[in-house]
Every structure is written in structure tokens, then in C-alpha cells.
Ligand binder design. Structure first.
Ligand code: ACO
Length: 430
């Protein structure tokens, strides 16, 4: 196959190198295009632009395939272990027993928050959005751990990564406790990653929360399924901020802000609110679809559609099955699961959704599973962020270690006024 693309502009031809990946999309390297032709490419929202080469996550959106470091996502579901998946994403290989033990010990050693950071919670309004608290506190870690602002050696990097992955749970659980006016529960070093988070969320001073194996596995699964998703909006944000050589804490805090949006990670909250509205009788599933199709209304069928997947998101399939299993184990029933199934059935038979190839994405069923664990709706996107952190760290590091990477600085096509003279105030007409 040819390794050059030919671009014709007027009567001139330009050769552009083709960049080949190991799987999936191949690219045309236009990095010298402006220098060669005086022109830039126009790709609003970067829908058709590869901004980097990455060896972390592979998606085939046509086939509904997702792999972490080459391993299909489905293979993480048998005995889900989020810490192991985080290690794989960040360090590029499955850990040995000793490596996993060492990484887990680092997580345990770093689970406490500096008391100065903890005191800051007292000054935050109780109804503050947990995503705002999360991004502010992650950014604030830079004040308390300034030794990790420059990560020039592997030991500082692994230590900074462990601090972030460990402390994010404590930060998240404390924000929930603050919102409920409940005392903070310190982490328990004897508990595993997910059990420890649930303990900090739900234990009370006189009653320890006991996590069941099913719930612990389900949380591990949810976090793994959110752990990375190549160049999505928040990851692209982390890379953009990191490309200016901003520190890891600041870059991940920026990722949280991007994730908060309802078209991205915030969609898991919108989905539950939509399902609850239907459950309350505020609209029927049919009306919900009608509203989503109405172009004069900003409402969308949340949890449906994806920039890359033009097929069923494999994470949605796993989460749907897991929700059904968890409810069966708990011997409970959630009417929102029935409504979600119904909406899915209607949408997948509706020409609007079929023609546009809109399928359930990760957010469609994740909230239902989180509800089963007792996680309140306003913490859903925070849970997404806890899961996504290893991906952000891995992507930040990949870019940081790439000697060819430069500051991310897109171009534009200017459509404002041509050169215009300044008019002094007294000569301006009304
Ligand atoms: N409901 C109704 N219509 C939709 C939906 C939806 N959920 N998603 C896409 N469409 C329509 C668009 O209106 C557009 O229609 P048109 O061609 O008539 O103008 C067409 O399908 C293509 O959609 P785009 O918005 O161009 O797709 P894009 O790739 O820009 O957006 C996105 C993807 C943001 C995920 C979109 O599908 C959406 O808003 N979904 C709902 C929010 C959501 O679930 N977000 C979570 C995504 S997964 C994640 O970030 C973790």
C-alpha cells in the first residue's frame, strides 16, 4: 500500500506522508501543510483529526471494540480489579504479583488527605457540586505536594500517580460526607481500593459499612469500564493542559472540569434524571424520544450516541448485564432499569436513531448500577472521574515522555472584520 497521499490545489500537487497505526485509522500527516501550501486544514471539533500517536487504548467504533493496551475490555470483567487495570494503563504492562503489591501499598500509604486540605471542606457550602470540589481539591494537591510539580524521574512519577489515584477516593468520599453534614470517615488500610471508598462513603462512627463481594466487584467493574477511552473530551483537555508542561495535578483537575459537562461524563446524571422523570409520570418513553428528536429543543436522549461508536458501546452492554446480575443477587428490582430497557428498545427501532447510528453509550446503564450500590446521583460523575484518572495519568505521561510532543496550539480560520481603524469615543455614532 502507498505511504503517500497526493493533494492537488489548483495546478500544484503535494505529497503528504501517511501515518500507519497497528490497527484502526490510518492518518495523513498534514503537519507541514501550511509551510508547503500556505493553507491549514479545517476540522471543527477535531472530529476527523488524530492529535497524537498513542499506544494506550484502541477503539473500533464501527465494530464496538474497546481494548486497553491490546486487551479486549470484556476480559477484565471476570475478576474485575481496578488497581490492576490502572497499573496496566499507566505502565503499559500487566503487573507481576510483586509490582501489584508494591503499587497497592503505595495507594494505601497515600490514602489520607493533608489536614490542611481536609479543613478546606469546612468552608465549602454543603450544597456545592461535588465535581467543583473534586477539581478544586485535585488542583490544590499541588499546594500540599510541591515536590511532584516536576516529574523528572520514574520514582517521582509513580509516587505522584499513586497519590492521585489513592487520594481521589478520599476527596470524593469527603465531599459526599460534607454534603450530608456527616463526620468524615478516615480510610481503612486493611480494605481494598473499592471497599475502602465505600467504607469512607457509608460507614458511620458507630456502625461499620460491610461491603459484599458482589458490590465490590460491581464497583471495580464500573471503574475499569471508565478507566480510559483514548482522545475523548476530558483526556484531550488533560493532554492540552499538560502540553504546556503544566503539572499532573493541574492537568487532571482540568480533565475533571471537562468531564463535568452533560455531553460528556455529566450525561450519567442526565440519564437518571430523565429516567426518574419518566418514572414520576412527567413524560412517557415515547414523549421522551419525541423531545430528543425535536431540533428546536436542546434535550437529547442522554446516554445515547457517541462521536466514535457507531455501534453498541461495549461498555454499555457489560453494564446492562452487570446491573441485571446485581439486582438479581440483591433480590431487588429497580423500575428505572425497566424504563431504560424500554427506551433502548424504542430508540433502536426508531428510524431517527437507526439512521444516525445512535446506540447506548457507557452512561446509559452506569447510573442504574451505581444506584444499586447506594451512590447518590450527584456523585455519579465523580465516580466516572475516579475511574478515568488512570487514563488521564497514562495519557499525560505518554505525552510528557514523547520527545516529539509540542505545546498543543490549533489554528483557526478568521471570519471577523477586516483591518478596521479605532474610532475615538466622541466620533462614534450611536
Ligand atoms: N439524542 C438525540 N439526537 C442525537 C443524540 C441523542 N443522544 N446524539 C446525537 N444526536 C443527533 C444529533 O442531533 C445529530 O443530528 P443531525 O444530524 O440531524 O444534526 C446527529 O445525531 C449526530 O450527532 P452529533 O451531535 O453531531 O454527534 P457528536 O459526535 O458531535 O456528539 C455526543 C456525540 C455528544 C455524545 C452526542 O451523541 C450526544 O449529545 N449524546 C447525548 C449525551 C451523552 O450521552 N453523552 C455521553 C457520551 S459518552 C461520554 O462522553 C462518556
Amino acid at each position: 500500500m502507498t505511504d503517500k497521499a497526493i493533494l492537488t490545489i489548483g495546478d500544484r500537487q503535494y505529497e503528504l506522508p501517511i501515518i500507519r497505526g497497528t490497527d484502526g485509522d490510518q492518518g495523513i500527516d498534514i503537519s507541514r501543510l501550511r509551510e508547503m501550501t500556505g493553507m491549514v486544514t479545517y476540522d471543527p471539533s477535531l472530529a476527523n483529526t488524530a492529535v497524537c500517536r498513542s499506544a494506550i487504548t484502541f477503539i473500533d467504533g464501527e465494530q464496538g471494540v474497546l481494548r486497553y493496551r491490546g486487551i479486549p475490555i470484556e476480559q477484565f470483567t471476570e475478576k474485575p480489579n481496578f488497581v490492576e487495570a490502572a497499573y496496566l494503563l499507566i505502565f503499559g504492562k500487566l503487573p507481576s504479583h510483586a509490582e501489584l503489591k508494591d503499587f497497592s501499598s503505595r495507594l494505601t500509604e497515600n490514602e489520607l488527605l493533608h489536614e490542611g486540605l481536609k479543613h478546606q471542606y469546612q468552608h465549602i457550602p454543603v450544597d456545592a457540586p461535588p465535581m467543583a470540589i473534586l477539581s478544586a481539591t485535585l488542583s490544590n494537591l499541588a499546594c500540599f505536594h510541591p515536590q511532584f510539580l516536576a516529574l523528572e524521574d520514574p520514582e517521582s512519577f509513580i509516587e505522584a500517580a499513586a497519590r492521585l489515584i489513592s487520594k481521589v477516593r478520599t476527596i470524593a468520599a469527603f465531599s459526599y460526607r460534607r454534603s450530608r453534614g456527616m463526620p468524615f470517615v478516615y480510610p481503612d488500610p486493611h480494605l481494598r481500593y473499592c471497599a475502602n471508598f465505600l467504607h469512607m462513603m457509608f460507614s458511620i462512627p458507630y456502625k461499620q459499612y460491610i461491603v459484599t463481594r458482589e458490590i465490590e466487584d460491581a464497583l471495580n467493574l464500573v471503574l475499569i469500564l471508565h478507566a480510559d477511552h483514548e482522545q475523548n473530551c476530558s483526556t484531550a483537555t488533560v493532554r492540552t493542559v499538560g502540553s504546556a508542561r503544566a503539572n499532573l495535578f493541574a492537568s487532571c483537575a482540568a480533565g475533571v472540569c471537562a468531564l463535568w459537562g452533560p455531553l460528556h461524563g455529566g450525561a450519567n446524571v442526565e440519564v437518571i434524571e430523565m429516567l426518574e422523570r419518566i418514572h414520576r409520570g412527567g413524560m412517557t418513553p415515547e414523549e421522551c424520544l419525541r423531545l430528543a428528536k425535536d431540533k428546536t429543543n436542546p434535550f437529547r436522549l442522554y446516554g445515547f450516541g457517541h462521536r466514535v461508536y457507531k455501534n453498541y458501546d461495549p461498555r454499555a452492554r457489560i453494564l446492562k448485564d452487570a446491573s441485571e446480575k446485581v439486582f438479581a443477587t440483591l433480590n431487588r428490582h429497580d423500575p428505572l432499569l425497566d424504563i431504560a430497557r424500554k427506551l433502548e428498545e424504542l430508540a433502536l427501532a426508531d428510524p431517527y436513531f437507526v439512521d444516525r447510528r445512535l446506540y447506548p453509550n457507557v452512561d446509559f446503564y452506569s447510573g442504574i448500577l451505581l444506584r444499586a450500590m447506594g451512590i447518590p446521583t450527584n456523585m455519579f460523575t465523580v465516580l466516572f472521574a475516579i475511574g478515568r484518572l488512570p487514563g488521564w495519568i497514562a495519557q499525560w505521561r505518554e505525552q510528557h515522555d514523547d520527545p516529539t510532543s509540542k505545546i498543543i496550539r490549533p489554528r483557526q480560520i478568521y471570519v471577523g472584520p477586516p483591518k478596521t481603524d479605532y474610532v475615538p469615543m466622541e466620533r462614534r455614532s450611536l
